[in-house]
Design a protein around this ligand. Sequence first.
Ligand code: DOR
Ligand code: ZN
Ligand code: ZN
Length: 369
Amino acid sequence: MNKIPDGTTVELTGTFDGHVHLRQKKTGLLELTLPDLLDEFGGALIMCNTEPPITSIRLGLDYRAEVLSELPAGAEFDALFTYYLTDEAKADEIVEGYRRRIWRACKYMPNNGSTNTARALTRFRNGYPIYERMEEEDIPLLLHAETVGDRIDPFDAPRVFISEEMPELRKRFPKLRVCLEHITDGTAADYMAEAERNNEPTWATLTPQHFVYSRNRIFQRGSVREGTFRRGSNPSFVCWPLLQREEPHRQKLLQQVAGGNNRIGLGTDRAPHDFDKAKACEDGCGGCYPGRLALAIYAMGFEAIGSFEHFQNFACRNIPCGLYRLPPGKKKIRLTKCAARPSTMPEKIGEVVPILHGEKIPWREEAVC
Ligand code: DOR
Ligand code: ZN
Ligand code: ZN
């Protein structure tokens, strides 16, 4: 991975995390993890699978107030929120909340497919009347694009969703702004290549873990590069959708990023959990946490594919300016290659165990004022 010399720098202006889970004060995780996000990003799209989930204007206003009250005084941070789709969703309320900017998008999650999804739509197609109204009102639909069930191999779940749902969705609602969240596999990469060719209003976010690692990491601790490799289960790398095989899946995603597909951008899907109580246990949750080194992990990915020229658009433009039509942000981060004095991911952040915990990352980050 030591491809470029120490001292090489990359500057990013307008960093935006297109997919985050911040939780709530009552979990203790909001206060714990918000500073990590603020350290690296000038804005974020905040997910709605809280407890209870954000299914009304009242809940949306309460959650927004809760998150904003945790921002330090004077913080310049663009916090965008989302609405959680259920079988009972009311189109009029969705439209009103969107016009009042209480939320900027609606999120589809598969029922019982992930954290706090017991109330999510029971079938993706149940949402068609809502999607129709969203298309008319130009409200983005964010997709946790997996079809789950006891007869579906969990590694196939994203492919099943994309092949069974996307053609029909696109036929019915060609103008609907859609984002395939946390893309994982070759099917999604092929879909995004087509979307770019056809100028289709579909975007995609890519997490640091899906960008840089294959599913081997779920069964591995440490790294060969550092001489710390050993086999062993590694719940810190379990997230929904799961990491995929190197070939053809991760390689196809990399090709899209290396080719500068301007519909694919940064979304960490930072999803903190108490490691012992909620993750490395019976019924453990999916969710990866990159601490405050998400951009350093992405830098390893861009280094490996030799495409730093696309890093700025990926991290700062494609999602906030392309999908959400925000003006360019201001937050500036400088990344410096530093194999001689690497960053180290902490073993633990409170009760959260981040990915690559205890491992070294040969990039350093600093805010530039
Ligand atoms: O791994 C995941 N964790 N995937 C999701 O869709 C939700 C997230 C969470 O909230 O924990
Ligand atoms: Zn998701
Ligand atoms: Zn998520």
